[in-house]
Write a protein that binds this ligand. Sequence first.
Ligand SMILES: [Ca+2]
Length: 445
Amino acid sequence: MNLVQKLAIAYILGAALLAFGFAVGKYEVFPYSYIQKIEEYIAWNPDAKKTTLQEKLKNELGVAPIIFTYPSTIPTATVDQSSELPVPQLHERRENPKIYVAPEHQSGYRAIFGAIDFDDTFWGGILLDPESKVVHTWKLSTDHLPKSTRPDLLKNMYGLALLPDGSVIYTMGEDGGGIVKVDACGEVLWNLEGLFHHTISMSENNEYFWSWEGVHTATYPKLIKASSKTGEIVETIDMKDVMLQNEFIHIFNARKHAKTNGDIFDVSHANDIDELSDSQAQQFPDFNAGDLLLSYRNLNLIFVLDPDTLDIKWWRAGATDHQHDADWENGAITSFSNNMTGARKGHSDIVRIDVDTGKPSTVVDGKDHSIFSIINARQNTTEFDTRIITSSTQGWALEVDENDTLVFSFINTYDNEMGTLLHLSEAYRVKPSYFTHEFWEDCGS
Ligand SMILES: [Ca+2]
Protein backbone atom coordinates (compact mmCIF):
# COMPACT_ATOMS: atom_id res chain seq x y z
CA MET A 1 0.00 0.00 0.00
CA ASN A 2 1.47 3.35 -1.00
CA LEU A 3 1.34 6.54 1.00
CA VAL A 4 -1.63 7.96 -0.90
CA GLN A 5 -3.66 4.80 -0.28
CA LYS A 6 -2.77 4.90 3.42
CA LEU A 7 -3.79 8.53 3.66
CA ALA A 8 -7.03 7.80 1.86
CA ILE A 9 -7.91 5.00 4.27
CA ALA A 10 -6.98 7.17 7.24
CA TYR A 11 -9.24 9.92 5.87
CA ILE A 12 -12.19 7.56 5.34
CA LEU A 13 -11.79 6.04 8.79
CA GLY A 14 -11.52 9.48 10.35
CA ALA A 15 -14.66 10.72 8.57
CA ALA A 16 -16.54 7.54 9.52
CA LEU A 17 -15.54 7.91 13.16
CA LEU A 18 -16.65 11.54 13.14
CA ALA A 19 -20.03 10.57 11.69
CA PHE A 20 -20.32 7.71 14.17
CA GLY A 21 -19.52 10.00 17.08
CA PHE A 22 -22.26 12.38 15.88
CA ALA A 23 -24.76 9.52 15.54
CA VAL A 24 -23.90 8.17 19.00
CA GLY A 25 -24.78 11.50 20.56
CA LYS A 26 -27.79 12.33 18.40
CA TYR A 27 -29.51 8.96 18.14
CA GLU A 28 -28.21 7.44 21.37
CA VAL A 29 -27.01 4.25 19.62
CA PHE A 30 -24.32 2.03 21.13
CA PRO A 31 -22.11 2.98 22.95
CA TYR A 32 -24.19 5.92 24.16
CA SER A 33 -25.39 4.13 27.29
CA TYR A 34 -21.81 3.39 28.24
CA ILE A 35 -20.81 7.00 27.74
CA GLN A 36 -23.70 7.96 29.98
CA LYS A 37 -22.26 5.67 32.65
CA ILE A 38 -18.90 7.36 32.37
CA GLU A 39 -20.59 10.74 32.55
CA GLU A 40 -22.22 9.54 35.75
CA TYR A 41 -18.83 8.56 37.07
CA ILE A 42 -17.50 12.00 36.31
CA ALA A 43 -20.52 13.49 38.06
CA TRP A 44 -19.72 11.21 40.99
CA ASN A 45 -16.37 12.91 41.27
CA PRO A 46 -16.55 16.12 39.26
CA ASP A 47 -13.11 17.18 40.37
CA ALA A 48 -11.50 13.86 39.60
CA LYS A 49 -10.86 14.18 35.93
CA LYS A 50 -11.91 16.13 32.88
CA THR A 51 -12.05 13.75 29.94
CA THR A 52 -12.94 14.12 26.27
CA LEU A 53 -15.49 11.94 24.53
CA GLN A 54 -12.69 10.12 22.73
CA GLU A 55 -10.96 9.36 26.04
CA LYS A 56 -14.20 8.14 27.54
CA LEU A 57 -14.69 5.77 24.63
CA LYS A 58 -11.14 4.48 25.00
CA ASN A 59 -11.77 3.85 28.66
CA GLU A 60 -15.03 2.05 28.06
CA LEU A 61 -13.71 -0.09 25.23
CA GLY A 62 -10.90 -1.23 27.49
CA VAL A 63 -8.22 0.37 25.33
CA ALA A 64 -6.91 2.47 28.18
CA PRO A 65 -7.96 3.24 31.76
CA ILE A 66 -8.27 6.96 31.04
CA ILE A 67 -10.35 7.81 34.10
CA PHE A 68 -7.71 6.45 36.45
CA THR A 69 -4.58 7.78 34.72
CA TYR A 70 -3.15 11.17 35.57
CA PRO A 71 -0.31 13.36 34.29
CA SER A 72 2.68 13.11 36.60
CA THR A 73 3.16 15.88 39.16
CA ILE A 74 5.77 14.01 41.17
CA PRO A 75 9.01 15.98 41.67
CA THR A 76 11.64 15.19 39.02
CA ALA A 77 14.29 14.52 41.68
CA THR A 78 12.12 11.76 43.15
CA VAL A 79 11.44 10.23 39.74
CA ASP A 80 15.14 10.39 38.84
CA GLN A 81 16.29 8.51 41.92
CA SER A 82 13.73 5.74 41.34
CA SER A 83 14.31 2.50 39.48
CA GLU A 84 11.97 0.18 37.63
CA LEU A 85 10.19 -2.45 39.72
CA PRO A 86 9.35 -5.60 37.75
CA VAL A 87 5.83 -6.77 38.60
CA PRO A 88 4.56 -10.09 37.20
CA GLN A 89 1.46 -10.31 35.01
CA LEU A 90 0.92 -6.63 34.34
CA HIS A 91 -1.33 -5.66 31.44
CA GLU A 92 0.76 -5.07 28.34
CA ARG A 93 -0.59 -1.53 27.94
CA ARG A 94 1.12 -0.34 31.12
CA GLU A 95 4.79 -0.11 32.10
CA ASN A 96 6.47 -1.23 35.30
CA PRO A 97 6.10 1.01 38.35
CA LYS A 98 9.12 2.81 39.77
CA ILE A 99 10.46 2.54 43.27
CA TYR A 100 12.89 4.25 45.60
CA VAL A 101 13.86 2.90 49.03
CA ALA A 102 16.38 4.58 51.32
CA PRO A 103 19.02 1.95 52.25
CA GLU A 104 18.24 2.23 55.98
CA HIS A 105 14.56 1.54 55.27
CA GLN A 106 14.99 -1.78 53.47
CA SER A 107 12.98 -3.55 56.14
CA GLY A 108 9.47 -4.69 56.79
CA TYR A 109 6.84 -5.54 54.19
CA ARG A 110 5.09 -2.94 52.12
CA ALA A 111 1.72 -3.54 50.48
CA ILE A 112 0.46 -1.21 47.76
CA PHE A 113 -3.14 -1.34 46.50
CA GLY A 114 -4.82 0.42 43.62
CA ALA A 115 -5.12 0.37 39.83
CA ILE A 116 -2.26 -2.08 39.35
CA ASP A 117 -3.76 -3.02 35.97
CA PHE A 118 -2.93 -6.71 35.84
CA ASP A 119 -3.57 -8.68 32.68
CA ASP A 120 -6.79 -10.10 34.16
CA THR A 121 -7.95 -7.60 36.82
CA PHE A 122 -7.71 -3.83 36.80
CA TRP A 123 -7.57 -3.46 40.61
CA GLY A 124 -5.22 -5.25 42.93
CA GLY A 125 -2.24 -5.10 45.22
CA ILE A 126 1.39 -6.05 45.42
CA LEU A 127 3.49 -7.11 48.40
CA LEU A 128 7.13 -6.06 48.63
CA ASP A 129 9.47 -8.04 50.87
CA PRO A 130 12.22 -6.42 53.00
CA GLU A 131 14.50 -6.37 49.94
CA SER A 132 11.74 -4.56 48.03
CA LYS A 133 11.07 -7.44 45.67
CA VAL A 134 7.51 -8.31 44.70
CA VAL A 135 6.71 -11.56 46.51
CA HIS A 136 2.94 -11.60 46.16
CA THR A 137 0.07 -10.04 44.24
CA TRP A 138 -3.65 -9.71 44.94
CA LYS A 139 -6.05 -9.53 42.00
CA LEU A 140 -9.27 -7.88 43.11
CA SER A 141 -12.55 -7.61 41.26
CA THR A 142 -16.25 -7.11 41.96
CA ASP A 143 -17.34 -8.06 38.45
CA HIS A 144 -18.77 -11.35 39.77
CA LEU A 145 -21.34 -9.62 42.01
CA PRO A 146 -24.87 -9.68 40.55
CA LYS A 147 -25.48 -6.05 41.56
CA SER A 148 -22.28 -4.75 40.00
CA THR A 149 -23.42 -1.96 37.68
CA ARG A 150 -20.33 -1.43 35.53
CA PRO A 151 -17.01 -3.06 34.66
CA ASP A 152 -14.12 -2.74 37.11
CA LEU A 153 -12.41 -0.26 34.80
CA LEU A 154 -15.17 2.21 35.69
CA LYS A 155 -15.29 1.53 39.44
CA ASN A 156 -13.18 3.09 42.13
CA MET A 157 -11.69 0.63 44.61
CA TYR A 158 -11.79 2.92 47.59
CA GLY A 159 -11.98 1.08 50.89
CA LEU A 160 -9.99 -2.03 51.66
CA ALA A 161 -8.29 -3.79 54.54
CA LEU A 162 -5.36 -6.19 54.53
CA LEU A 163 -5.65 -8.81 57.27
CA PRO A 164 -2.74 -10.62 58.97
CA ASP A 165 -3.46 -13.90 57.16
CA GLY A 166 -3.11 -12.15 53.79
CA SER A 167 -6.84 -12.01 53.11
CA VAL A 168 -8.31 -8.74 51.81
CA ILE A 169 -11.75 -7.18 52.33
CA TYR A 170 -12.62 -4.54 49.74
CA THR A 171 -15.39 -2.51 48.13
CA MET A 172 -15.64 -0.58 44.88
CA GLY A 173 -18.18 2.04 45.83
CA GLU A 174 -21.85 1.61 45.14
CA ASP A 175 -21.06 0.46 41.58
CA GLY A 176 -19.31 -2.72 42.70
CA GLY A 177 -22.51 -4.13 44.18
CA GLY A 178 -21.05 -5.06 47.54
CA ILE A 179 -18.13 -5.95 49.74
CA VAL A 180 -15.92 -8.95 48.99
CA LYS A 181 -13.44 -10.92 51.05
CA VAL A 182 -10.77 -12.97 49.31
CA ASP A 183 -8.16 -15.19 50.92
CA ALA A 184 -4.46 -14.59 50.38
CA CYS A 185 -4.56 -16.54 47.13
CA GLY A 186 -7.54 -14.64 45.75
CA GLU A 187 -10.33 -17.17 46.42
CA VAL A 188 -13.61 -15.45 47.31
CA LEU A 189 -14.53 -16.27 50.95
CA TRP A 190 -17.80 -14.32 51.06
CA ASN A 191 -19.73 -11.56 49.31
CA LEU A 192 -21.84 -9.00 51.13
CA GLU A 193 -24.14 -7.74 48.39
CA GLY A 194 -25.59 -4.24 48.48
CA LEU A 195 -24.51 -0.62 48.34
CA PHE A 196 -21.45 0.30 50.37
CA HIS A 197 -18.75 2.89 49.98
CA HIS A 198 -15.48 4.46 51.01
CA THR A 199 -14.08 2.37 53.82
CA ILE A 200 -13.44 -1.05 55.23
CA SER A 201 -12.26 -0.28 58.74
CA MET A 202 -11.28 -3.10 61.06
CA SER A 203 -12.23 -3.27 64.73
CA GLU A 204 -10.00 -4.56 67.51
CA ASN A 205 -8.52 -7.99 66.69
CA ASN A 206 -9.97 -7.79 63.17
CA GLU A 207 -13.12 -9.56 64.31
CA TYR A 208 -15.45 -7.00 62.73
CA PHE A 209 -15.24 -4.21 60.19
CA TRP A 210 -17.15 -0.96 59.70
CA SER A 211 -18.35 0.51 56.41
CA TRP A 212 -20.82 3.06 55.05
CA GLU A 213 -24.02 1.68 53.60
CA GLY A 214 -26.19 3.25 50.89
CA VAL A 215 -25.30 5.92 48.36
CA HIS A 216 -22.38 8.18 49.16
CA THR A 217 -24.51 11.30 48.55
CA ALA A 218 -26.91 10.61 51.43
CA THR A 219 -27.41 13.43 53.90
CA TYR A 220 -27.83 10.88 56.69
CA PRO A 221 -25.77 7.81 55.79
CA LYS A 222 -25.82 4.49 57.62
CA LEU A 223 -22.92 2.88 59.44
CA ILE A 224 -22.68 -0.88 59.40
CA LYS A 225 -20.63 -3.25 61.50
CA ALA A 226 -20.12 -6.71 60.02
CA SER A 227 -18.32 -9.92 60.87
CA SER A 228 -15.05 -10.21 58.99
CA LYS A 229 -15.36 -13.98 59.18
CA THR A 230 -18.78 -14.27 57.54
CA GLY A 231 -19.64 -10.84 56.12
CA GLU A 232 -22.84 -10.80 58.16
CA ILE A 233 -24.03 -7.36 59.32
CA VAL A 234 -24.36 -7.31 63.12
CA GLU A 235 -25.15 -3.65 63.73
CA THR A 236 -26.51 -0.66 61.79
CA ILE A 237 -26.50 2.96 62.92
CA ASP A 238 -28.64 5.50 61.10
CA MET A 239 -26.95 8.90 61.22
CA LYS A 240 -30.39 10.51 61.29
CA ASP A 241 -30.84 8.96 64.74
CA VAL A 242 -27.46 10.42 65.71
CA MET A 243 -28.65 13.86 64.58
CA LEU A 244 -31.86 13.51 66.65
CA GLN A 245 -29.95 12.27 69.71
CA ASN A 246 -27.66 15.33 69.83
CA GLU A 247 -30.05 18.25 70.31
CA PHE A 248 -27.39 20.91 70.71
CA ILE A 249 -24.94 19.85 68.01
CA HIS A 250 -26.23 21.15 64.67
CA ILE A 251 -23.26 20.14 62.54
CA PHE A 252 -25.09 18.01 59.99
CA ASN A 253 -27.53 20.78 59.03
CA ALA A 254 -24.97 23.54 58.73
CA ARG A 255 -25.45 23.64 54.96
CA LYS A 256 -28.99 23.83 53.58
CA HIS A 257 -30.60 25.48 50.58
CA ALA A 258 -31.02 29.03 51.87
CA LYS A 259 -34.42 29.51 50.23
CA THR A 260 -36.03 26.12 50.77
CA ASN A 261 -34.17 24.62 53.74
CA GLY A 262 -33.93 21.51 51.58
CA ASP A 263 -30.94 19.18 51.58
CA ILE A 264 -27.96 20.13 49.46
CA PHE A 265 -26.78 17.35 47.12
CA ASP A 266 -24.00 15.25 48.65
CA VAL A 267 -23.81 17.55 51.66
CA SER A 268 -22.17 15.00 53.97
CA HIS A 269 -20.03 12.70 51.80
CA ALA A 270 -19.17 10.37 54.66
CA ASN A 271 -15.79 8.86 53.89
CA ASP A 272 -14.12 7.34 56.93
CA ILE A 273 -14.68 5.38 60.13
CA ASP A 274 -11.93 4.58 62.63
CA GLU A 275 -12.67 2.62 65.81
CA LEU A 276 -10.63 3.45 68.92
CA SER A 277 -8.83 0.30 70.03
CA ASP A 278 -8.14 -0.74 73.65
CA SER A 279 -4.45 0.02 73.31
CA GLN A 280 -5.04 3.44 71.74
CA ALA A 281 -7.71 4.36 74.33
CA GLN A 282 -5.07 4.92 77.01
CA GLN A 283 -3.88 7.93 74.99
CA PHE A 284 -7.37 9.45 74.87
CA PRO A 285 -8.73 10.05 78.41
CA ASP A 286 -11.91 11.69 77.04
CA PHE A 287 -12.83 8.71 74.90
CA ASN A 288 -13.47 5.00 75.30
CA ALA A 289 -12.35 1.99 73.32
CA GLY A 290 -14.99 1.40 70.66
CA ASP A 291 -15.67 5.10 70.00
CA LEU A 292 -15.78 5.90 66.30
CA LEU A 293 -13.88 8.67 64.57
CA LEU A 294 -15.90 9.73 61.54
CA SER A 295 -15.15 11.99 58.58
CA TYR A 296 -17.62 13.95 56.41
CA ARG A 297 -15.71 15.32 53.45
CA ASN A 298 -18.16 17.93 52.21
CA LEU A 299 -18.65 19.54 55.62
CA ASN A 300 -14.89 19.59 56.35
CA LEU A 301 -16.03 17.78 59.47
CA ILE A 302 -14.39 15.21 61.75
CA PHE A 303 -16.26 13.95 64.81
CA VAL A 304 -16.34 11.24 67.46
CA LEU A 305 -19.41 9.07 68.01
CA ASP A 306 -20.19 6.71 70.86
CA PRO A 307 -21.89 3.90 68.88
CA ASP A 308 -23.79 2.65 71.95
CA THR A 309 -25.36 5.92 73.19
CA LEU A 310 -25.21 7.73 69.80
CA ASP A 311 -23.73 10.73 71.63
CA ILE A 312 -21.35 12.91 69.66
CA LYS A 313 -18.45 13.32 72.06
CA TRP A 314 -16.26 15.68 70.05
CA TRP A 315 -16.33 17.47 66.73
CA ARG A 316 -14.21 19.84 64.71
CA ALA A 317 -15.15 21.49 61.43
CA GLY A 318 -12.82 23.45 59.21
CA ALA A 319 -9.41 22.27 60.42
CA THR A 320 -9.09 20.31 57.19
CA ASP A 321 -10.42 20.73 53.67
CA HIS A 322 -12.31 17.86 51.99
CA GLN A 323 -10.22 15.48 54.13
CA HIS A 324 -9.80 11.71 53.96
CA ASP A 325 -8.60 9.05 56.36
CA ALA A 326 -8.93 10.52 59.85
CA ASP A 327 -6.91 8.46 62.34
CA TRP A 328 -6.53 8.27 66.12
CA GLU A 329 -2.84 8.97 66.60
CA ASN A 330 -0.87 9.34 69.86
CA GLY A 331 -3.51 11.33 71.72
CA ALA A 332 -4.39 13.47 68.70
CA ILE A 333 -6.33 13.13 65.46
CA THR A 334 -4.60 13.25 62.11
CA SER A 335 -6.03 13.36 58.63
CA PHE A 336 -5.11 13.79 54.97
CA SER A 337 -6.41 17.28 54.16
CA ASN A 338 -6.90 17.18 50.40
CA ASN A 339 -7.17 20.96 50.12
CA MET A 340 -9.41 20.66 47.12
CA THR A 341 -10.45 24.27 47.78
CA GLY A 342 -9.46 27.14 50.03
CA ALA A 343 -6.22 28.83 51.03
CA ARG A 344 -4.12 25.65 50.66
CA LYS A 345 -5.74 24.59 47.38
CA GLY A 346 -3.37 22.54 45.23
CA HIS A 347 -1.32 20.99 48.03
CA SER A 348 -2.53 18.24 50.35
CA ASP A 349 -1.24 18.23 53.92
CA ILE A 350 -1.27 15.79 56.80
CA VAL A 351 -2.93 17.79 59.56
CA ARG A 352 -2.85 17.02 63.28
CA ILE A 353 -5.72 18.24 65.46
CA ASP A 354 -5.21 18.63 69.20
CA VAL A 355 -8.33 17.07 70.74
CA ASP A 356 -8.28 19.36 73.80
CA THR A 357 -7.89 22.68 72.03
CA GLY A 358 -9.10 21.82 68.52
CA LYS A 359 -5.97 23.54 67.24
CA PRO A 360 -4.62 22.20 63.93
CA SER A 361 -0.96 21.93 62.96
CA THR A 362 0.79 20.63 59.88
CA VAL A 363 2.57 17.30 60.24
CA VAL A 364 3.52 16.85 56.60
CA ASP A 365 3.49 19.94 54.41
CA GLY A 366 2.17 19.06 50.97
CA LYS A 367 3.96 22.02 49.42
CA ASP A 368 7.35 20.73 50.57
CA HIS A 369 6.74 17.32 49.05
CA SER A 370 4.51 18.31 46.10
CA ILE A 371 1.66 16.17 47.41
CA PHE A 372 -1.80 16.78 45.99
CA SER A 373 -4.62 14.31 45.67
CA ILE A 374 -7.80 15.99 44.48
CA ILE A 375 -9.95 13.12 45.75
CA ASN A 376 -9.35 9.98 47.85
CA ALA A 377 -5.91 9.45 49.55
CA ARG A 378 -4.80 7.65 52.72
CA GLN A 379 -2.20 8.02 55.44
CA ASN A 380 -0.90 5.61 58.07
CA THR A 381 1.84 5.71 60.67
CA THR A 382 4.12 2.68 60.70
CA GLU A 383 6.07 0.81 63.37
CA PHE A 384 9.24 2.18 61.78
CA ASP A 385 8.61 5.77 63.00
CA THR A 386 7.52 6.73 59.53
CA ARG A 387 4.28 7.75 57.85
CA ILE A 388 3.19 6.16 54.59
CA ILE A 389 0.94 8.33 52.45
CA THR A 390 -1.10 7.34 49.41
CA SER A 391 -1.66 10.33 47.14
CA SER A 392 -4.31 8.63 45.03
CA THR A 393 -4.67 10.96 42.06
CA GLN A 394 -0.90 11.33 41.79
CA GLY A 395 -0.48 7.54 41.52
CA TRP A 396 2.08 7.90 44.27
CA ALA A 397 2.74 6.21 47.60
CA LEU A 398 5.43 7.92 49.64
CA GLU A 399 6.85 7.42 53.09
CA VAL A 400 8.55 10.05 55.22
CA ASP A 401 10.50 9.60 58.45
CA GLU A 402 10.25 11.65 61.65
CA ASN A 403 12.59 14.27 60.10
CA ASP A 404 10.26 14.62 57.12
CA THR A 405 12.80 12.92 54.84
CA LEU A 406 11.51 10.79 51.98
CA VAL A 407 12.49 7.18 52.66
CA PHE A 408 10.25 5.30 50.23
CA SER A 409 8.45 6.13 47.03
CA PHE A 410 6.28 3.99 44.76
CA ILE A 411 5.35 5.58 41.45
CA ASN A 412 2.58 3.75 39.63
CA THR A 413 3.85 4.51 36.13
CA TYR A 414 1.42 3.93 33.29
CA ASP A 415 3.32 5.40 30.33
CA ASN A 416 6.81 6.83 30.83
CA GLU A 417 6.90 8.75 27.59
CA MET A 418 3.49 10.32 28.13
CA GLY A 419 4.34 10.96 31.79
CA THR A 420 1.14 9.30 33.01
CA LEU A 421 0.43 7.41 36.24
CA LEU A 422 -2.28 5.09 37.53
CA HIS A 423 -4.50 5.67 40.58
CA LEU A 424 -3.51 4.23 43.96
CA SER A 425 -5.83 3.35 46.83
CA GLU A 426 -3.84 2.44 49.94
CA ALA A 427 -0.33 1.61 51.19
CA TYR A 428 0.94 -0.09 54.33
CA ARG A 429 4.32 -0.88 55.83
CA VAL A 430 4.31 -3.60 58.48
CA LYS A 431 6.77 -5.67 60.46
CA PRO A 432 7.06 -9.36 59.48
CA SER A 433 5.30 -10.22 62.76
CA TYR A 434 2.13 -8.51 61.46
CA PHE A 435 1.48 -11.55 59.28
CA THR A 436 0.37 -14.85 60.79
CA HIS A 437 2.48 -16.81 58.30
CA GLU A 438 4.25 -16.41 54.97
CA PHE A 439 1.04 -16.77 52.99
CA TRP A 440 2.80 -15.78 49.77
CA GLU A 441 4.52 -19.16 49.81
CA ASP A 442 1.09 -20.83 49.53
CA CYS A 443 -0.17 -19.30 46.32
CA GLY A 444 2.55 -19.70 43.76
CA SER A 445 2.79 -16.07 42.75
CA1 LIG B 1 -5.15 5.66 58.15
